[in-house]
Design a protein around this ligand. Structure first.
Ligand code: HEC
Ligand code: HEC
Ligand code: HEC
Ligand code: HEC
Length: 277
């Protein structure tokens, strides 16, 4: 209830918006009132895409998604080329391996590198359309053909292709040492808290536990999720290992913390989950 009265009047969507919110509330699971609702019911309806009231479609499609992507039924073109990664900055304190941009980070960057329009999808809503199409409708705020709702590279949300000024991603947790054959890792690292590990489905997964009310030692969405990738060099080369990616810190669907963070960042709780400082 609280959310309805605080958000809807501000977005100016009126009674129709309230009804949609009710309906989308359960299906949207928090994403409805975030900047990741890019359709006409989104937070900034005035500058959102007018062509659809769907939400998930900007990222997922039930059919015709990218079967190669590391993210579920992904509806956007992934382009791993042209990135500058954190290690190219020449920092001497970095001890972990940085892989090329991939995993879930590449999915985030299919919008956040600012090179593709937000409405350029593999499978548009409706029947029989295919990439590279832009679906019917307009962005009232910005030119859809360039960056759509993301804004120019002068805005921080547009990370662009140069990732040397961003927290490292595609980077081994705690300097490496955790792997399929050594899931508990290298023992106590003075710089990092321990990663937890378990088998989920058929895969080995890792995460870092956070302190939240009601939290358990099992993996939850409020824990910092580590993403399994195959190391291309270093110790345990060729084995699945845990990496820090964009969605380690962010869950793109939630509205309970600022900037899609998995936990409340007060007191630098996000940073201190991993770093022992
Ligand atoms: C802005 C992009 C974006 C939008 C919009 C979006 N998702 Fe996602 N979704 C992602 C990404 C990225 C992942 C992968 C996250 C991961 O691997 O942890 C994901 C993962 C998922 C997963 C599997 C993992 C999980 O977190 O449960 C489900 C289910 C899912 N999304 C459902 C939805 C539904 C339903 C909607 C619409 C109400 C939606 N998503 C809208 C980006 C998006
Ligand atoms: C479909 C395109 C798209 C994808 C994919 C996408 N985003 Fe976004 N994201 C946006 C747009 C558009 C905004 C709003 C930009 C603005 O208004 O300045 C945004 C905003 C954000 C913000 C700022 C939120 C705020 O409240 O200021 C964060 C953080 C973010 N995205 C993280 C992610 C992460 C992490 C992923 C991958 C898990 C991701 N996004 C995937 C389009 C996308
Ligand atoms: C190690 C944790 C971490 C990782 C990894 C991370 N972020 Fe963030 N991100 C944050 C935090 C914390 C904030 C909030 C910063 C603030 O409040 O100024 C943030 C803010 C953002 C914002 C909003 C920026 C603004 O000032 O408006 C965007 C967009 C974003 N992240 C996208 C991404 C994308 C895309 C990736 C992967 C390429 C990523 N993040 C990786 C922790 C992370
Ligand atoms: C999910 C775990 C995780 C979270 C959360 C996290 N980091 Fe990191 N961070 C890492 C890893 C892993 C590295 C790579 C360190 C290495 O190998 O030297 C790193 C690297 C860094 C570096 C660069 C070190 C260097 O030598 O260049 C800085 C600075 C940093 N983090 C600050 C932060 C801040 C500030 C936050 C909170 C906004 C944060 N981190 C959140 C895991 C995390």
């Amino acid at each position: 209830m609280k959310t309805i009265f605080t958000i809807s009047p501000a977005s100016g969507v009126g009674i129709a918006g309230l009804v949609i919110f009710w309906l989308a509330g359960s299906a949207g699971a928090g994403i409805f009132n975030t900047k990741h609702n890019l359709g006409s019911t989104g937070l900034n309806a005035a500058s959102n895409f007018s062509g659809t009231r769907e939400i998930c479609v900007f990222c997922h499609t039930p059919h015709g998604g990218d079967g190669e992507a590391a993210v579920p039924i992904w509806n956007r073109h992934l382009d791993p080329n042209g990135f500058q990664t954190y290690d190219q900055m020449g920092t001497t304190t970095l001890d972990a391996r940085v892989e090329e941009v991939g995993s879930v980070s590449l999915a985030c960057l299919s919008c956040h590198d600012g090179t593709q329009a937000m409405d350029a999808l593999l499978n548009e809503p409706g029947s029989g359309r295919e990439y590279p199409g832009f679906f019917n409708g307009t962005w009232s705020g910005q030119a859809a053909s360039v960056d759509g709702r993301l804004g120019p590279t002068t805005v921080v949300t547009n990370l662009a292709k140069d990732l040397t000024n961003d927290h490292p991603i595609g980077i081994q947790f705690a300097g490496g040492g955790y792997s399929l054959s050594n899931p508990e890792g290298p023992g106590k690292d003075p710089d990092f808290n321990r990663a937890e590990s378990d088998i989920m489905g058929a895969s080995r997964v890792w995460w870092v536990n956070t302190e939240v009310p009601g939290g358990t030692t099992k993996f939850e969405r409020t824990d910092m999720k580590l993403y399994t990738r195959i190391a291309t060099a270093g110790a345990y080369v060729g084995e699945p290992q845990p990496y820090v990616e964009c969605a380690s810190c962010h869950d793109p669907h939630v509205d309970n913390n600022p900037t899609f963070l998995r936990i409340d960042p007060q007191g630098s709780a996000v940073c201190l989950t991993c770093h022992n400082k």
